[in-house]
Design a protein around this ligand. Structure first.
Ligand code: ATP
Ligand code: PRP
Length: 214
């Protein structure tokens, strides 16, 4: 039996579509239930439904053989003990720096101002600003980062953006693109060696399905 850890929340529908294209069927009634371990049409594959940020932890410790996690999550986790063979082409968005409309971010950076940056992506943000030589005070948040500059908690945020509507609704603009983000297949390195015969066909099927995702 193989165990695949999936993120609940916004990428679950796209993930279910991807699995369906690999011939793996999920009972939608069960997926909508409060159950955290779901069977699939394949008796040798079960799914764990966990928080996005917990997916790499389950796979790293071998509680799941493989998982699907955003690149944003993997950058924060670090990816120790994990193999990341496939870009799954779902959950596409971009990591960026955003600030209030009217805040002259470029000027603040040029004059070497110390910036207060709110984010849940503290590793990504630290690396990004260190590379630019910009000094920052990091403020760790767990969600709704867009609020921080509106109430004086931060000068700027680092967050993922897709349509841009959340920034727009909160009078913020993207001032710097950091990197593109999408969901990755992650595999426990030990499982890949020990359970190669079971894992290889599933990884190949997911790779093929991802290649045909628009
Ligand atoms: P947690 O529940 O652990 O706090 P989360 O709130 O980041 O995690 P989701 O919002 O469901 O969880 O996001 C899951 C993944 O979807 C993220 O890791 C990211 O890769 C991707 N994602 C986040 N926001 C968007 C977006 N606006 N458009 C497309 N993909 C996104
Ligand atoms: C994500 C992200 C932004 C929003 C961007 O939030 O943190 O707030 O999506 O998407 P958009 O550009 O299409 O508006 P999410 O809904 O996952 O909530 P959270 O980060 O507060 O958990």
């Amino acid at each position: 039996m193989l165990t695949l850890a999936l993120s609940k929340g916004r990428i679950l529908d796209d993930t279910a579509g991807l699995l369906q294209r690999c011939g793996i069927l999920i009972d939608t009634a069960l997926a909508d239930s409060r159950k955290l371990i779901l069977p699939t049409g394949d008796p040798d594959l079960r799914l764990l439904i966990v928080r996005a940020t917990d997916v790499p932890t389950y796979v790293q410790h071998g509680a799941a053989d493989l998982g699907i996690a955003g690149k944003d999550v993997m950058l924060e986790h670090g990816g120790d003990g994990l193999y990341q063979p496939v870009d799954l082409n779902i959950g596409r968005c971009r990591m960026c720096v955003a600030a209030p409309v009217g805040f002259d971010y470029g000027n603040a950076v040029r004059r070497g101002a110390r910036l207060r940056v709110a984010t849940k992506y503290v590793n990504v943000a630290s690396r990004h600003f260190a590379r630019k030589g910009v000094h920052i005070d990091l403020i760790k948040l767990y969600g709704s980062m867009e609020l921080a500059p509106l109430v004086g908690l931060a000068d700027a945020i680092v967050d993922v953006v897709s349509t841009g509507s959340t920034l727009k609704a909160n009078n913020l603009v993207e001032v710097e693109d950091i990197m593109p983000i999408s969901a990755r297949l992650i595999v426990n390195q030990a499982a890949l060696k020990m359970r190669q015969a079971m894992l290889a066909p599933l990884i190949a099927a997911l790779e093929k399905a991802a290649a045909t995702t628009s």
